[in-house]
Write a new protein. Sequence first.
Length: 64
Amino acid sequence: MSASPMTHGAYTVAWIRAIPLEAAAATGMLDKTHPNLSKPDGDKNTYILGDISGHNVDHCVPAI
């Protein structure tokens, strides 16, 4: 039995990073990564999805 696909509403923690260099550290903190979800047209932010201790986390580098 495969797991249900994640939805945007499943993520309860947002971790916004100021610089891309922080992405490696933030990704390393994830227990597991999740597949990307769709983004609205024009959304230039970078998102990495996963979980930490059972909490679904979306970490993001804002497009500036």
